[in-house]
Design a protein around this ligand. Structure first.
Ligand code: HEC
Length: 134
């Protein structure tokens, strides 16, 4: 009997083990939703009616430089990340009472898409590299 070349089997096994796409929010769809629903007041470059989303991820709520926040946001200790952004967009007034953004994203899929976009577009631009095991 002929031997089947073992390196071909190895290649086949590797292809089958390739990671599947993440079933979370879709940042490309989120970018379009952001343009339609958020960009009237927000930008990932500058402050407008709302604070800029530049360097949003990991930032404390109410701390974009040069923007005049409500006291509620200024005094909040919330740190923006996937979970807090999702809760904010579900119902800002419930999450941080006394705030002044009267827009929400009740649809879970749309919210996940917008958060996925913000995690990319609003990630810190000068991040300090982490040491392995830190
Ligand atoms: C009508 C204007 C308006 C729209 C539209 C709007 N926002 Fe806001 N947003 C604001 C204002 C005003 C604040 C500041 C709230 C405060 O100071 O209480 C804010 C604050 C925020 C913050 C907190 C930022 C920080 O620096 O702490 C996030 C995050 C945010 N908005 C996300 C969004 C997203 C995502 C959308 C689109 C789904 C959106 N906003 C749509 C006006 C708006």
């Amino acid at each position: 009997m002929k031997h089947f070349p073992s390196h071909l089997l190895a290649v086949a096994a590797f292809a089958a083990a390739a990671p599947s796409a993440h079933a979370q929010g879709d940042p490309a769809a989120g970018k379009q939703l952001y343009a339609a629903r958020c960009s009237g007041c927000h930008s990932v470059e500058y402050n407008g009616v709302g604070p800029t989303h530049k360097n949003l991820v990991g930032r404390r709520a109410g701390t974009a430089q040069g923007y005049t926040y409500s006291n509620a946001l200024k005094n909040s200790t919330v740190i923006w990340g996937p979970d807090t952004l999702s809760r904010w967009l579900t119902d800002p007034e419930k999450f941080i009472p006394g705030q002044k953004m009267f827009v929400s994203v009740p649809d879970a899929k749309e919210r996940a898409d917008i958060v996925a976009y913000l995690l990319q577009a609003g990630r810190p631009q000068q991040s300090t590299p982490r040491q392995p095991g830190e």
